[in-house]
Design a protein around this ligand. Structure first.
Ligand code: FAD
Ligand code: DHB
Length: 390
């Protein structure tokens, strides 16, 4: 089989890119290792920046997002004594974020894929990339026992952190920047009303907590836990008790408890692979970078990468612009590094690190106090949280 672009991975990055290329009449095929049901079963991000909402709008896929997504004009940092409200809309000239689950966004992209004839191969095994340095790369995989080969002009690696695309780049052709954190986030999803109408990120002496939501009737909460702990160590009631302590008495008074629909631990990591292109292979989303979840940037960065990749591919195929592909990595990385910085600094501010002493804690207190009393500091947080322009 021959196509112009072979996309590996049908997460948000791969599906968004597939739709954008289809809209530009650029041929593409998406190859996914899992089944559609498995992809939709993964509970992940929940906050969309305007850039991500804008992409769905341009594709005409924002009907449900508009109807069911919850626009948020502000969010809160809790420092044990008070809530510091970051009024995003006021501080950024009216910009907001939209609370809408990654699962729902993926569901919309999948449904539209079927309607619009996007070619997605699910349950593909043993996906491998070949000849990525030249201008005639190809991808092989097996499906239902049969071997397949797709010849193309470009391969786009949208296959997440553990996929084969980044590994197809020879050692020495790129640089890895990495920082691991000594804790993970334990998340719980439950069909109960949220404790607050806006998100609360809390730094409590017992650790971090986040109160989030998916809708007026579905809540999502997180606490940080040492990497040695397992989900089984946290029965629902213990987790609700811990959330009530860390989020503080005001929020605790409004927490409704309920059975967990899902509970899982995700490790925290900062990671960047640069450059994000090697020959005819472009990397997008988690395949190229990971941010710790504080700041809700992972999914949104995948969307902005896709924006730049679609622009580069349209330049190459539609305008015969030879430099378009070459410009991709620098453009994407400029935004990636700023989101890495923001996610890292909010993680640093809101978590108790085991290696921290009284000095580091005093720095957190001083910074939170500065944020509470400075419009300039709040503006900086707000403009990063709503998402920097593409
Ligand atoms: P992915 O969503 O990982 O999609 C990659 C796709 O490639 C997957 O469908 C995978 O099955 C497929 N694939 C992998 N290997 C192969 C192969 N060999 N062949 C074919 N296909 C393959 N971000 C936030 O902002 N907030 C959060 O709360 C949050 N929570 C998270 C929790 C977890 C457990 C994880 C892993 C991530 C979380 N993230 C969160 C990050 C966010 O979900 C990701 O940044 C986002 O999913 C990136 O999208 P993507 O399409 O690049 O990668
Ligand atoms: C959610 C996740 C995040 O990482 C975040 O910063 C805010 C909200 C969520 O899953 O709702």
């Amino acid at each position: 089989m021959r196509t112009q672009v072979c996309i590996i991975g049908a997460g948000p990055a791969g599906l968004l890119l597939g739709h954008m290329l289809r809209a530009e009449r650029i041929e593409c095929v998406v190859i996914e290792r899992r089944t559609p049901e498995y992809v939709l079963g993964r509970i992940r991000a929940g906050v969309l920046e305007q850039v991500t909402v804008g992409l769905m709008e341009r594709l005409g896929l924002d009907a449900r997002l508009k109807a069911e997504g919850l626009p948020h004009a502000g969010f809160n940092l809790a420092d044990g004594e008070r809530l510091i409200r970051i009024d995003m809309a006021d501080l950024t000239g009216g910009k907001q974020v939209v609370v809408y689950g990654q699962t729902e966004l993926t569901r919309d992209l999948m449904a539209a894929g079927e309607e619009r004839g996007l070619d997605v191969v699910y349950a593909a095994q043993g996906t491998a990339l070949h000849e990525v340095e030249g201008d005639a790369p190809y991808v092989t995989f097996t499906k239902d026992g049969a071997q397949h080969r797709i010849d193309c002009r470009f391969i786009i690696g949208c296959d997440g952190f553990h996929g084969p695309s980044r590994r197809a780049i020879p050692p020495g052709a790129g640089t890895e920047y990495q920082r691991d954190y000594p804790f993970g986030w334990l998340g719980i999803m439950a069909d109960v009303p949220p404790c607050n109408h806006e998100l609360i990120y809390a730094n409590h002496e017992r650790g971090f907590a986040l109160a989030s939501m998916r809708s007026e009737t579905r809540s999502r909460y997180y606490i940080d836990v040492p990497l040695t702990e397992r989900v089984e160590d946290w029965p629902d009631e213990c987790l609700w008790d811990e959330l009530a302590i860390r989020l503080g008495p005001d929020a605790a008074a409004h927490i409704t408890r309920g059975p967990a629909l899902e509970k899982s631990i995700a490790p925290l990591r900062s990671y960047v692979f640069a450059p994000m292109r090697h020959g005819s292979l472009l990397l997008c989303g988690d395949a190229a970078h990971i941010v710790p979840p504080t700041g809700a940037k992972g999914l949104n960065l995948a969307a902005s990468d896709v924006h730049y990749a679609a622009e580069a591919l349209a330049g190459y195929f539609k305008r015969h612009d030879a430099g378009a592909i070459g410009a991709y990595s620098d453009k994407a990385l400029a935004r990636v590094w700023k989101s890495e910085r923001f996610s890292w600094s909010l993680t640093r501010l809101m978590h108790r690190f085991p290696e921290d002493g009284p000095f580091e804690r005093a720095m957190q207190v001083a910074e939170l106090d500065y944020i509470a009393t400075s419009r300039a500091a709040q503006t900086s947080i707000a403009e990063n949280y709503v998402g920097l322009p593409v």
